[in-house]
Design a protein around this ligand. Structure first.
Ligand code: SF4
Ligand code: SF4
Length: 267
């Protein structure tokens, strides 16, 4: 989800796994400090939106409008927010301050992973999704081969990546499933809007749930309906269920009997 500045040169074609060891250090003492926050391409995941907008104390609508622009997930037409860089020669990330990242505790997962690029692919033989990691080596980044040796897993733990990967895992599953359908099936614009709202604009999805006929159509237990009023992650899990049910017919949300009867009667 991190786009290096020059993809021809910097992606080291070394496949890593959780136990691969590497040495890397980063910090204010390095001459390159914050160079990685200038002119990056940073895609925002569903859990990034929740953490960043809550850290900033704004709604997801405002966060997406002020700080992101629209991109596409590679190999699909599925939309993804991308951090909108400041205008000017340096094209800095809008969260870069005088002494570093101003939202460090809520920085996006791709900034946490850096200098590792993380992704997921579907292993057809093993019939499962597998993580892959690759090393991103950019000329200006001076932290390589310095500091203590650690594994990819230790890096993930140190950088607080694990909760992000957990909450985002169903999102990546939805993306992989869309990609496996191939390029000849086009998703309608309305479906892409549903995907965007459910995955990223969580406050808009909450309004949709409570101001539309959603709760008249689907059986949502009272406890879950109460929880999603305040809990963004619980709401995101409902969005995942809704998207998987409507996009792929997975039936994760039960439809009320009277809605089915009305549909059968052609009402
Ligand atoms: S070492 Fe690399 S990641 Fe750290 S500040 Fe320098 S350029 Fe950025
Ligand atoms: S969010 Fe923070 S760490 Fe990430 S690019 Fe922006 S300033 Fe740098």
């Amino acid at each position: 989800m991190y786009g290096p500045k020059n993809t021809e040169q910097v992606l080291v074609p070394v496949r890593m796994d959780l136990n691969t060891c590497f040495r890397f250090t980063c910090g204010k003492g390095l001459e390159c400090y914050t160079k990685c926050c200038k002119d990056p391409t940073i895609m925002i995941t569903p859990y990034d939106v929740i953490c960043m907008k809550n850290h900033l104390g704004i709604s997801s609508d405002e966060f997406l409008r002020e700080y992101t622009t629209l991109g596409n997930i590679a190999g699909s037409e599925l939309p993804v927010p991308v951090i909108k860089l400041l205008e000017g020669k340096e094209k800095s990330c809008p969260f870069l301050g005088e002494s570093g990242c101003t939202i460090y505790e809520a920085r996006p997962v791709s900034c946490r992973y850096y200098p590792i690029g993380a992704g997921l692919f579907h292993n057809k033989d093993a019939k499962m999704d597998e993580n892959f990691f690759a090393f991103i080596k950019e000329d200006y980044c001076l932290g390589h081969d310095m500091g203590e040796e650690m594994t990819v897993q230790q890096w993930r733990e140190n950088q607080g990546v694990i909760p992000y990967d957990e909450v985002n895992s169903t999102w990546t599953e939805i993306i992989l499933k869309r990609k496996s359908m191939g390029p000849f099936i086009n998703l309608p614009e309305k479906t892409l809007q549903m995907f965007f709202m459910g995955c990223y604009n969580i406050d808009s999805f909450r309004r949709f749930i409570f101001n539309s006929k959603f709760l008249e159509i689907y059986i949502i237990p009272d406890e879950r309906a109460e929880q999603i009023k305040e809990d963004d992650v619980a709401l995101l899990y409902l969005a995942y269920d809704w998207l998987k049910s409507t996009l792929y017919g997975e039936g994760l949300l039960e439809i009320k009997e009277m809605v089915i009867s009305a549909e059968e009667a052609g009402v």
